[in-house]
Ligand binder design. Structure first.
Ligand code: HEC
Length: 138
């Protein structure tokens, strides 16, 4: 199953697995498209819903093709004793802990992907996505 793409940027290859559509072999990948950093909903629908679903329930169109099921993002607080773990969520989206551990995971490392857009608002994107996730907790 092909899930990896290379986003070429100034000679730097950033590995990503942003999935947009399905083909018969599983998941077709695409390079990251620019969206307004202030529009968290549009970012979520472009970058996150393929796996996490439009409502963040973890049932996006490519979820079945992943080794690990995408988390239900409406239940982050519920899984954390009723408190939204804002710092942990930001770090998870960025992928900092994964990089530190030299590990791999099914979810793309959005910190480096957003930096690859070259618009200097990667941190704002992560913060706005984190705040958006806070609003969809059930
Ligand atoms: C290619 C599929 C995929 C995409 C795209 C994706 N995720 Fe994920 N996400 C996952 C998977 C799989 C997990 C389960 C945990 C793991 O991989 O370790 C996860 C877990 C998470 C978690 C951890 C939830 C918890 O309870 O700890 C957060 C937060 C999250 N994703 C946010 C996002 C956001 C925000 C985006 C869009 C910027 C996004 N994800 C895009 C696959 C994806």
């Amino acid at each position: 199953m092909v899930r990896q793409i290379l986003v070429m940027l100034g000679g730097l290859a950033v590995s990503a697995s942003l999935a947009s559509a399905q083909d018969r072999s599983g998941v077709k990948t695409t390079s990251i498209q620019q969206t307004p950093a202030v529009d968290a909903l549009q970012m979520f629908q472009s970058y996150c819903s393929p796996c996490h679903g439009k409502e963040g329930k973890g049932n996006g169109p490519v979820a079945a093709a992943l080794t690990k099921a995408p988390a239900d993002l409406t239940k982050i607080s519920a899984r954390n004793g009723g408190t939204f773990p804002a710092v942990r969520v930001s770090r998870f989206i960025e992928g900092v802990d994964v990089v530190a551990a030299h590990g791999t995971r099914d979810m793309p490392l959005w910190g480096s992907l957003f930096r690859s857009l070259g618009d200097g608002v990667g941190e704002l994107r992560v913060a706005n996505l984190r705040d958006y996730l806070r609003t969809i907790q059930q």
